[in-house]
Design a protein around this ligand. Structure first.
Ligand SMILES: Nc1ncnc2c1ncn2[C@@H]1O[C@H](COP(=O)(O)OP(=O)(O)O)[C@@H](O)[C@H]1O
Ligand SMILES: [Mg+2]
Length: 433
C-alpha cells in the first residue's frame, strides 16, 4: 500500500529524464544519451574546416592518380582536439566518394583505422588488416616482415589502394613503433615476394605505390623518435590540431546538447559554464563528458533541469586527461607517476628533479615490497610518461648563484593537467588492486 505521493505509477509519470529518448513519449529515436558516447560520430563537425581541407589536399591523388605515389601524413595535437573524429569522418567520406565514382578497372580503395591503444603491436595491426582482406587469415605463424610482404603482395593481387590510419601511435612500444614506422615508410621499396611460396616468381612493379599512411600522435616531439629517413618520408606533411577555444567548445557542446537533451533542460548559460571550464584544456572530450555527467547528476537528483551546480559537482569526476591513460600504465610506470605526484605534493613545488624522483621511487617500491627496476629502465618509464602527456620534462642549465659556476644540466619534471592530489588518490587505489 502506498500513499498518494509515493504511488509508483504517479511517480513514474511525473518524472522525466533530461535525456531525449529516455522518456516514453519522446518521438525522436535517433538521439539521446548515445550522442555522448565516445564513438558517436556527430553529423556536424565544427571548426575543423582547415584541417579537413589539408587532409583532402594531401590525399587527393589517391583519387586522381591512385598508384603514382605513396602519401604519408601526420596529425598531431593534444587530447580531445578532434583528431580521431576528423580522420574517421575523412576516411569514411573518401571511401563513399570513391565507391560512387568507381569505374571498372580502377583500383579498389580500402581504409583501415587502427587504434594502437587497443591493437598494441605491429604484428596485430598487420594481421588485423590482412584478415579483412583475406577472411580466415591465420592469427599466428608469421613474423612482421613476412606479414608486410604479404600485405604488399595483396595490394597488387587484389588491385587495392589502401589508407592505413594508425591512431594513438604513442601507445606502441618505442622500439617496435620506430621500426614499424620505418618499414611502413618504405613499403613500396619492399618487393612483394614471399620465399618458398607460389608467389616466389612474382615480380611486382616497384614503381606502383598503393599504400598510404596517416599517423596520429599527441606527442609534439614525435619527430625526435624517428630516424632521419623516416622523418624525411613521414614528417613532412603535418597537420596540427590546436586546442579548441572557448567559443569553439561552446559550439561543439551546444550542438551535442541539442541532439542529446530535452530542449527545456538546458540553456546557453549552462553551455557557457561548461565551455569556460573546458577552455583551459581546449579538450572537446572533457567538455562533452562534463555535460553528460552533469546531465546524469540532474537525472539522479530527479531535477527537471541541468544547473551550473550539477556541472560543478560533475567536474570532480571528470579528469581532463582520459582516466584510461593512467589505468593502462604498467605497475612500475604507475609507481613512478605516484612517486612524482607524492613528491610534488609533499614539497608543494611545481617541479621536481630526476634524482629526487629516482630516490623516492625506490622508497615507494620498498614500502610496497616491490623490487625497484634499474635506473635505465626508470629513465625509459619517465620518457613513456612524458610521451603520453602525463608529465613534462624541462632541461635547465643550473648555476651556483654566488660563484656563477655551472652545476650542470638538471631535468625538472612537472605534472600536466591533472591535480596532483587526484593522481595520488586514483593511483593509490589502482596500485592496491
Ligand atoms: N570539431 C568537432 N565537432 C564536433 N565534435 C567534436 C569535434 N572535435 C571533437 N569532437 C568530439 O570530442 C570528442 C573528442 O574528439 P576526438 O576526435 O576523440 O579527439 P582526439 O582524437 O584528438 O583526442 C569526441 O567525442 C568527438 O566527437
Ligand atoms: Mg583520438
Amino acid at each position: 500500500m502506498s500513499s498518494n505521493n509515493t504511488n509508483f505509477a504517479s511517480l513514474f509519470h511525473s518524472y522525466k529524464s533530461v535525456f531525449k529518448n529516455a522518456n516514453q513519449d519522446d518521438e525522436n529515436q535517433e538521439f539521446g544519451e548515445i550522442v555522448f558516447s565516445s564513438n558517436y560520430i556527430p553529423s556536424t563537425l565544427h571548426h575543423r574546416e582547415e584541417e579537413m581541407k589539408s587532409l583532402v589536399n594531401y590525399f587527393r591523388s589517391i583519387i586522381t592518380n591512385p598508384t603514382a605515389s605513396s602519401r604519408k601524413v601526420v596529425l598531431y595535437g593534444p587530447v580531445g582536439t578532434g583528431k580521431t573524429l576528423i580522420s574517421r569522418a575523412f576516411g569514411h567520406d573518401m571511401s563513399e566518394y570513391i565507391k560512387k565514382e568507381h569505374q571498372a578497372g580502377n583500383p579498389i580503395f580500402r581504409y583501415f583505422h587502427v587504434n594502437c591503444r587497443k591493437t598494441k603491436t605491429p604484428h596485430l595491426i598487420l594481421t588485423t588488416a590482412l584478415r579483412e582482406l583475406v577472411p580466415g587469415f591465420p592469427l599466428r605463424g608469421f613474423g612482421v616482415d613476412e606479414l608486410l610482404r604479404m600485405f604488399t603482395l595483396l595490394l597488387f593481387e587484389q588491385n587495392l589502394v589502401v589508407l592505413l590510419v594508425l591512431d594513438e601511435i604513442d601507445y606502441l612500444i618505442a622500439d617496435e613503433r620506430n621500426d614499424f614506422l620505418y618499414q611502413l615508410s618504405r613499403i613500396e621499396e619492399c618487393p612483394p615476394v614471399i620465399q618458398n611460396s607460389r608467389y616466389s616468381n612474382y615480380s611486382g612493379s616497384k614503381t606502383e605505390a598503393r599504400f598510404n599512411l596517416l599517423t596520429i600522435t599527441r606527442d609534439p616531439n614525435f619527430r625526435h623518435y624517428l630516424d632521419e629517413s623516416t622523418v624525411s618520408s613521414l614528417g613532412r606533411n603535418i597537420i596540427f590540431f590546436p586546442p579548441y577555444t572557448r567559443n569553439q567548445l561552446f559550439d561543439i557542446i551546444s550542438s551535442r546538447a541539442e541532439q542529446g537533451l530535452r530542449e527545456e533542460c538546458f540553456d546557453d548559460e549552462l553551455i557557457e559554464v561548461i565551455a569556460s571550464l573546458a577552455e583551459e584544456y581546449g579538450d572537446a572530450r572533457f567538455a562533452i563528458e562534463l555535460l553528460w555527467r552533469a546531465a546524469k547528476l540532474a537525472d539522479k537528483g530527479t531535477a527537471d533541469r541541468i544547473t551550473p551546480e550539477h556541472v560543478r559537482k560533475a567536474v570532480v569526476s571528470v579528469l581532463p586527461l582520459e582516466k584510461s591513460v593512467i589505468e593502462e600504465l604498467s605497475q612500475h610506470q604507475k609507481i613512478l607517476l605516484l612517486s612524482i605526484a607524492k613528491l610534488l605534493n609533499e614539497h608543494d613545488r611545481p617541479v621536481v628533479t630526476t634524482p629526487e624522483i629516482k630516490e623516492y621511487y625506490i622508497q615507494v617500491c620498498e614500502e610496497s615490497s616491490i623490487r625497484p627496476r634499474r635506473p635505465t629502465q626508470v629513465w625509459a618509464y619517465l620518457k613513456d610518461l612524458s610521451r603520453l602527456g602525463l608529465i613534462q620534462q624541462e632541461v635547465e642549465n643550473r648555476h651556483n648563484t654566488n660563484t656563477g659556476r655551472s652545476l650542470g644540466r638538471v631535468t625538472s619534471i612537472r605534472i600536466r593537467d591533472i591535480p596532483v592530489k587526484e593522481i595520488i588518490s586514483s593511483l593509490n587505489h589502482l596500485i592496491e588492486k
